[in-house]
Design a protein around this ligand. Structure first.
Ligand code: PLP
Length: 504
């Protein structure tokens, strides 16, 4: 008996475990559950709960066929000493250095205290643990090979999550020479007996397309299957990545309750730097579970396809692609939007299937006007160009003495440009990466000298701001490089096959 089915059809119901194991529905849709929102969490009791207690409760509701013991074990493993903050995702105030505090105070929800200093750790520390408990959904002795193409952050977070995970192995492809030096070192120095990392001669889109071909290569799947390996994805379309992200919205609210900023029932506004729409969709799920969310603000960089969609009701990917200082938001096809369309259309699979077919065939779709109105009732948003990102980093430092990275800066710009929602008692900006992951862009925005070397630049940044680089980033400078493989675009399938053989 399953509660999950595809956004594009109800024909096949699967369990939450099967949804986690397979990632994507067979018809290309995303797994959703119609039970979302049928049970609410009691907001009045949130203040008493720790991050881990909230995680067990929220994830238990959304993944009903995992036992509570299983969820509790996953939570203990994922959110132990792998995070360097007691609150896991601490909330810090943006308090003006001088002058009066505004009527609606702003806070930053720091999501970057995990092992790779990016918010993806919150989900990618959890996904492997959830996956390891799905063995009964596969054949006896079956091994999962995770294959991921990355523009920088996802790859390292997935490697850190899946390194030595039971029953799993992982291969990561990144565009050679097109990720930051810190990002490349983070991946090439990855430890673990089941990991493979390979540079690709091409850009991220080339690598992503090649990985999609690997997933649809039947002959390859058969050869791998004969040796007991199935392929899966750690991409943010997996419900096992979405669900852990719902937790920190509750955790943020609980912290605001504890500090007396709000009382139970007060509405809070959240502003989210957005790419694939996973992080902000988790905020919508939190709202459906009863969290008093005033409004969800979608913040984009110069690739502002989501902003245009909110304004016009037309999603159109036929536009130039910009490479920015916020690479994890440089996305033209925002996959998780499909889930939002499903939920806000009242579960209209036929509509969603039609829109997605139109996107695949023509590169665009237009939603019915009643639907875009409903979407605007929950979401608003904005975007920042490169100069605005830079100005936001500087402004946040000058006004609040707080250093943000270029992704978070897109959110800062949007929050600053929009008046608070009338019912919001507090505003929360989700910070998705440590500024030390992007030291050059941040130092340059602050008007500092920018050394060529990323690690020297981290030192400059630390000295000028009195902050500290996360240990795991600073240590990279002296880590031995384990992987130096580089492959042509048409060799990636063979690379995965060899890796699978090595790990078998
Ligand atoms: C992935 C990522 C984002 C975008 O998150 P989505 O869930 O894809 O919207 C924003 N900032 C950083 C640093 C990221 O790594």
């Amino acid at each position: 008996m399953g509660t999950y089915h595809s956004t594009r059809s109800r024909q096949q119901a699967v369990s939450a475990r099967a949804a986690v194991r397979t990632g994507l529905a067979p018809d290309g849709g995303l797994f959703v559950s119609d039970e979302l929102g049928s049970t609410k969490l009691d907001v009045a009791t949130l203040a008493e709960k720790s991050y881990r207690e909230l995680a067990v409760e929220v994830m238990g509701l959304l993944l009903p066929d995992y036992t509570s013991d299983e969820i509790a074990a996953c939570v203990d493993e994922a959110y132990g000493d792998t995070f360097d903050a007691d609150e896991i995702t601490p909330v810090v105030p943006l308090a003006p250095r001088t002058g009066e505090a505004p009527d609606t105070p702003s806070y930053v929800l720091e999501l970057f205290h995990g092992p790779t200093s990016a918010f993806k750790d919150v989900a990618l520390q959890m996904l492997p643990r959830l996956m390891a408990r799905t063995a009964d959904e596969g054949a006896a002795g079956e091994r999962i090979m995770i294959v991921t193409a990355t523009s920088g952050d996802t790859g390292k977070a997935a490697l850190a999550g899946f390194a030595d995970a039971p029953g799993c192995a992982i291969t990561v492809f990144y565009p050679e020479g097109k990720v930051s030096r810190v990002q490349e070192l983070q991946m090439s120095a990855q430890e673990g007996s089941n990991v493979a990392v390979c540079g690709v001669r091409g850009n991220f889109d080339d690598a992503q397309s090649a990985v999609k071909l690997i997933f649809s290569d039947r002959a390859l799947a058969e050869r791998l299957g004969a040796r007991g390996t199935v392929l899966s994805s750690a991409n943010s379309i997996n419900v096992g990545r979405l669900v852990p992200q719902v937790v920190y919205y509750f955790a943020a609210y609980a912290q605001l309750l504890r500090s007396g900023v709000i009382t139970a029932g007060d509405a809070v506004e959240f502003c989210v730097p957005t790419g694939n729409f996973g992080d902000i969709l988790a905020g919508y799920y939190a709202r459906e579970l009863g969290l008093p969310v005033a409004r969800l603000l979608v913040a984009s960089d110069k690739n502002n396809v989501l902003f245009d969609f909110l304004k016009t009701g037309t999603y159109d990917r036929r536009r130039p692609f910009y490479t920015t200082t916020s690479p994890s938001m440089d996305i033209l096809i925002s996959s998780n939007l499909e889930r939002m369309l499903y939920h806000l259309s009242g579960g209209d699979c036929e509509l969603v299937a039609g829109l997605m077919a139109s996107l695949a065939e023509t590169g665009s779709y237009t939603v019915p006007s009643a639907l875009i109105e409903r979407i605007r009732g929950v979401f608003d948003g904005g975007w920042a160009d490169e100069d605005e990102v830079s100005a936001a980093i500087r402004d946040c430092w000058e006004r609040y003495g707080y250093v943000i990275d270029p992704h978070t800066a897109c959110g800062y710009h949007v929050l600053d440009a929009l008046e608070p929602a009338p019912d919001a008692r507090a505003r929360v900006l989700l910070s998705t990466a440590s500024p030390y992951k992007f030291p050059r862009a941040v130092a340059s925005a602050l008007g500092l000298e920018v050394p060529d070397d990323d690690f020297a630049c981290m030192d400059t940044l630390a000295e000028a701001t009195g902050t500290q680089a996360p240990r795991q980033l600073a240590e990279l400078a002296s880590k031995p490089v384990r992987f130096t493989d580089v492959a042509e675009i048409d060799e990636l399938g063979a690379y995965v096959e060899q890796a699978a053989e090595r790990f078998a």
